[in-house]
Design a protein around this ligand. Sequence first.
Ligand SMILES: [Zn+2]
Length: 291
Amino acid sequence: MVGRSCALCGGTNNVTREHVYPSWFLKRWDATAAVDGPFSTKINGVELLRRDGAIATNPRIGRVMLDLCQSANGCLNTAFELPAKDPVRRLLDEGSPLLSPDEVHHLARWMVKTLLLAAHPASEHTAFASRRVNKKNTNSPWLDYSKKIADALEAGRLPDDATLWVAVTGPNGQPDPDYEPVYLRHTTRADDEGGTGHVRTTGFNLLGGDRMVLFQLVHHPLHDLTHPFRGTGTVTQLWPNAPAALDLSTHRLLDHATRLSHVFLESGFSQGLRAGERSVGNGLPWMQWNP
Ligand SMILES: [Zn+2]
């Protein structure tokens, strides 16, 4: 039997199978577990939206598991879990606002970390396990997982060029704005920076209501982009530059049928950059040269 190896450093000492969404977070659903499903909750291994465009529901809460060494696990715990536990619970379970910049900062870092781990190709998703993985789905594992992401997480940091947004959906939410999709790119540069752009979107029900919160993470190495929904106030950037406070109860609502998870396309377009240069813009890479 082949021994386990750490998904972040490759080490084989003291490796254990860990919950990507930690036990303390999964407990939020214990109270509703006795109620008949399906729940308006999901952890996306495969799909965010149903074929008819509505938010997918799942009869059971999914687990995401990943092999991690003791050192990585300890680091993740200290750097991300401990400071986030209280703000995450208050925001998502109690529906209370976060009123200090520190709390929003810790919540945002935790969500970026969690989505980055869930995107790891070695992560095992129990939600929708029976369904075939659609390779073009924007919530598929990031097969060319960047070593820079792994190295950063192993050290309790977040990689550069990772941006997180939050949105809330609910009854009487507004329809999506007209928008052009954002083409994520594969960038290369002589200094060995760059990499492939990826997106991951996940959602949870806000307890005690019919609203859902959606978190959208984009890793966009050396690529400067803007969220097409930003001007409508329906998405709020949480990382980097977390806002000073966050209140989901007053956040502008999107309709449940939002196509938010389709806004960012993993286009496969490559762009070679000169020293110090960054790729700029939402469109296809060549459009920026002749705007
Ligand atoms: Zn490790």
